[in-house]
Design a protein around this ligand. Structure first.
Ligand SMILES: Nc1nc2c(c(=O)[nH]1)N[C@H]1C(S)=C(S)[C@@H](COP(=O)(O)OP(=O)(O)OC[C@H]3O[C@@H](n4cnc5c(=O)[nH]c(N)nc54)[C@H](O)[C@@H]3O)O[C@H]1N2
Ligand SMILES: Nc1nc2c(c(=O)[nH]1)N[C@H]1C(S)=C(S)[C@@H](COP(=O)(O)OP(=O)(O)OC[C@H]3O[C@@H](n4cnc5c(=O)[nH]c(N)nc54)[C@H](O)[C@@H]3O)O[C@H]1N2
Ligand code: SF4
Ligand SMILES: [Mo]
Length: 698
């Protein structure tokens, strides 16, 4: 393998830069990872990044196609047999039950090239409307809010380094100290200025960064952020702290917005959220006074049934203060998955075509059809979002065959008991993965695919910056790239158009398809990216890209941002009765997502081997729960077995479980499939549960 291949981390959207060296020519052996200087990570990596190479040669990696046998075991099979089998079954399903009987579930970890090709394959080779992806569980609320307010959704509309100069940074429901550790270096300036504000029902690792007097931890009851945001906006307006020139010249809708915040006077907000009036006022004043203020949101406020409205309320607050698009100030959402940004731009979403185009827009259809060389009528219409798609599995007249690319839904989707039942009742489940994930266990066919260091491609980071992922070593002999798999299946299905297996060629096609769209990549190519330019989209031919959006105008036709009045629907809270508590779910530093990868890395798994329930000492005492003792968390949907982590960093009425674990430790046995009506984001962060001392055998 060439010395020091420059690449980026396989995990989160910070896309820390790394160099891969070592290992015998051909196969890995011992690949070493070093952090590489880059604006987001400045040479730093977290534990997950450091240990990522261990998965390249993991003992339990899937290295041959596997076909399920009648007795439930898997047997190795030749690629041609596996692909012939799949194509025959898909054709049969289409003929007998219609194109929508076949569905596709994608992922925000796929490269841009794979995400694009998967969307094209679903629409043209399968002819199905049924495609969506795990980004629905992640960025959908923030994306919907951004599109509605700004006319465009790019997580951070500015480079991460801009935050270094800020005096005030608010993190609403984001635990970056665990979820993007190198990022906290960018908070240093604000901490020093006493202006880091962390809004989280837990005293998370990030909230603890404010302990040294460097800011403020605001601890609302879970799911009450919308009221908190309305209340902050109320104070800003009432105390004359709004930036009226900005509101007048750059936004519309202020009057309705003002009226919508009228009823959220500080005492009422305190009653609903538990945040003291004095702290609310201090918070609002800090926002208005700091030189250089940024408001950032994370999954803590977005993964709710009112997530879009909550993210909208955060944007409203930012707009009233005059932050978005201003020098030294801004608003953003922290994208999560490695390609969570690009993954939501190129057509994996059920209602979307490449370039962040709408599949219902006749001009968009005509443009993309031309690039694909087909008649626009061949492109099916919109499908249904992820939770609804999963609910259709195996239902009469609905989805009978499913292809999964880059998601472990049996662990990560809400209400996993229902998801498992759906998977079980399918005629055919095909899972592309490198590991025998919990979802792969349900498959009829498992197709082994290349890992990050074994393939060429591009990723788009949380800053909207397009990055090159480079191949550093050959994959195991019988492992294939997904572009190849999609091409082979497309050929067998007599699909219209072409399906290149060259990532550079697919990128060029993606660039053409995106031309004139919102996420315009038309000026980019692998060759240009290889020169090391900072490629922030939109990037049209001859341009230098767009590191900072919204400087002069927002993306709506009139150039103005929309203040969208939203309502808080929850009541005035009140204590929960008996053993009933609010469960919030989230992440630990050591594990990534469903844990399919990180539970296989010994250092990470040894550090965090089991699910632990964070619970307040007073609550534990009341329930007879002892430190490290077994606990059972239950509600109508299921029961989770974990061990107690007694900590005063959580509210009395709230408990916390990470969602990285499987089987009886899976937090998603308890979550429900209720979704946000606008974004279709499920409610991951607020579930009512009972907690008892004792484990499964007691
Ligand atoms: N270690 C690690 N890092 C990751 C990932 C991972 O799995 N592991 N995943 C990546 C991905 S895909 C994503 S999306 C990001 C997510 O990154 P984050 O958004 O930082 O992650 P979470 O832990 O899901 O949630 C953040 C915080 O929200 C808080 N919270 C829960 N409910 C509420 C609420 O109602 N209101 C408020 N204000 N806060 C609440 C939780 O206590 C938690 O501390 O991380 C990325 N990075
Ligand atoms: N309760 C609760 N549930 C949650 C969340 C929460 O906060 N709480 N967060 C949600 C969020 S934000 C997210 S992003 C989701 C993520 O949850 P998942 O969608 O399950 O994400 P991963 O665990 O990353 O799953 C990726 C799978 O694809 C494989 N894989 C990785 N790269 C590739 C590739 O290039 N090709 C293919 N074919 N496979 C690949 C991995 O081995 C793994 O099995 O979870 C959601 N679920
Ligand atoms: S912060 Fe994210 S991108 Fe950076 S090393 Fe850790 S997992 Fe990888
Ligand atoms: Mo995510």
């Amino acid at each position: 393998m060439p010395e020091g291949t420059a690449s980026h981390c396989p995990y989160c959207a910070l896309q820390c830069a790394m160099s891969l060296t070592g290992g015998p020519a051909g196969r890995a052996g011992s690949v070493t990872i070093e952090g590489r200087m880059f604006p987001t990570n400045r040479g730093g990596l977290c534990k997950k990044g450091w240990t990522a190479a261990e998965l390249l040669d993991a003992g339990d990696r899937i290295v041959h196609p596997l076909l399920k046998q009648p007795d439930g075991t898997f047997e190795e099979t030749a690629w041609s047999d596996a692909l012939d089998f799949i194509a025959a079954r898909l054709r049969d399903s289409r003929e007998r039950f219609g194109a929508d009987s076949v569905a596709v579930f994608g992922g925000g970890g796929l490269t841009n090239e794979k995400a694009y090709q998967l969307g094209k394959f679903a629409r043209l080779a399968l002819g199905t409307t049924r495609i969506d992806y795990n980004g629905r569980f992640c960025m959908s609320s923030a994306a919907a809010a951004g599109n509605r307010a700004f006319g465009l959704d790019r997580g951070l509309p500015f480079p991460v380094e801009d935050l270094d100069q800020a005096e005030t940074i608010v993190l609403f429901g984001s635990n970056v100290a665990e979820t993007m550790p190198p990022f906290i270096a960018h908070l240093a300036g604000a901490r020093q200025a006493g202006g880091l504000i962390v809004v989280d029902p837990r005293r998370s690792s990030t909230a603890r960064l404010t302990d040294d007097g460097g800011g403020m931890h605001v601890q609302p009851a879970p799911g009450t952020d919308l009221a908190l945001l309305l209340g902050l906006t109320h104070i800003v307006i009432a105390e004359g702290l709004a930036n009226t020139d900005y509101v007048e010249s750059r936004t519309t809708g202020f009057e309705a917005l003002r009226v919508s915040t009228n009823a959220w006077w500080p005492e009422r907000v305190q009653a609903t959220t538990g945040v003291p009036v004095a702290q609310l006022r201090q918070f609002a004043r800090r926002l208005a006074n700091g030189a250089g203020t940024y408001i950032l949101t994370g999954r803590g406020v977005e993964q709710h049934v009112d997530g879009t409205d909550t993210a909208t309320a955060a944007i409203n607050l930012a707009l009233v203060l005059g932050l978005p698009g201003s020098e030294h100030s801004g608003y953003g959402t922290m994208t999560g998955q490695g390609n969570g940004q690009g993954g939501r731009e190129h057509g994996q979403k059920c209602d979307q075509l490449p370039g962040y185009r709408k599949i219902t827009d006749p001009d968009a259809r005509a443009h993309v059809a031309k690039v694909w060389g087909v008649h626009p009528s061949l492109i099916p219409g919109p499908g249904v979002p992820a939770v609804e798609l999963l609910a259709e599995l195996g239902k009469p007249g609905k989805v009978r065959c499913l292809l999964v690319h880059g998601s472990n839904v049996v662990v990560s989707a809400p209400d996993v008991t229902a998801v498992k039942a759906g998977l079980q009742s399918l005629d055919l489940l095909i899972v592309c993965d490198f590991f025998f994930s919990e979802t792969a266990r349900f498959a009829d066919v498992i197709l082994p695919v290349t890992q990050w260091a074994e393939e060429e491609g591009t990723m788009t980071s949380l800053e909207g910056r397009v990055l090159r992922r480079r191949r550093a070593l050959h994959p195991p002999l019988d492992v294939r790239n997904e572009l190849w798999i999609l091409r082979e299946l497309a050929l067998r299905l007599n699909a219209p158009s072409t399906y290149s297996t060259s990532p550079a060629e697919v990128f060029d096609e993606l660039a053409r398809a995106s031309a004139g769209g919102i996420a315009d990549y038309s000026g980019l190519s692998h060759d240009l990216l290889d020169t090391g330019i900072a490629a922030f989209w939109p990037f049209t031919p001859g341009s230098a890209g767009t590191p900072r959006l919204f400087r002069d105008r927002f993306a709506h036709a009139d150039g103005r941002a929309r203040l969208v009045a939203v309502k808080a629907h929850h009541g005035d809270g009140g204590p929960l009765a008996g053993n009933t508590l609010t469960l919030i779910t989230g992440r630990l530093l050591e594990h990534y997502q469903s844990g399919a990868q990180t539970r296989r890395v010994p250092e990470l798994q040894d550090a965090r081997p089991n699910a632990r329930l964070q619970i307040h000492p007073a609550t534990a005492d009341r329930l007879g729960i002892v430190a490290d003792g077994p606990v059972t968390i239950t509600n109508a949907r299921g029961a989770v077995h974990a061990h107690a982590e007694i900590t005063s960093s959580i509210r009395h009425d709230t408990v916390f479980l990470p969602f990285h674990y499987a089987d009886e430790e899976s937090a998603n046995l308890l979550t429900e499939s209720a979704v946000d009506p606008i974004s279709a984001m499920p409610e991951f962060k607020r579930t009512i549960v009972s907690v008892q001392a004792g484990g499964s055998n007691q």
